[in-house]
Design a protein around this ligand. Structure first.
Ligand SMILES: [Zn+2]
Ligand SMILES: [Zn+2]
Length: 133
């Protein structure tokens, strides 16, 4: 079991399986959303994910004219887990407690549009555009 929480602790959740690894999205939308080089997430099946506290503090924003959604804590603004597709959640890797430490980056996506200053130095497979494997 891997626990996670937002910065203020209003929202807590648990993952009941070991994720295969971390996906880093470098696209311009994720960059603006986080103010960083993109976002690092793990993909977890709905059955292995559970909110344990504060789900009522989860807010969602949909980018107009797109299907792109972002999920965040209403109190502190931290990114929190959100729906990836009907069967899976994407869980920001930075929220995970100790159990997340054994994870490695396995995929970089939208590398074709990453920031110039964003230099990838790990062994994760690089994909020019999207990949959801
Ligand atoms: Zn919070
Ligand atoms: Zn992205």
């Amino acid at each position: 079991m891997i626990a996670g929480q937002c910065n203020c602790g209003s929202i807590h959740f648990e993952i009941r399986s070991q994720p295969s690894g971390v996906y880093v999205c470098h696209c311009s939308i994720c960059r603006r959303s986080t103010g960083s080089n993109g976002i690092a997430v793990v993909l977890v099946s709905n059955d292995d994910f559970q909110w344990t506290r504060g789900q009522e503090n989860v807010a969602m924003w949909t980018k107009p004219d797109s299907a792109w959604e972002t999920w965040f804590c209403k109190v502190c603004g931290s990114r929190v887990p959100g729906r990836n597709d009907p069967a899976r959640m994407f869980v920001p890797a930075g929220l995970l407690a100790d159990g997340g430490n054994a994870l490695k980056v396995i995929h970089h996506i939208w590398v074709g549009s990453k920031a110039e200053w964003d230099e990838i130095g790990d062994q994760g497979k690089q994909h020019v555009d999207g990949y959801r494997g």
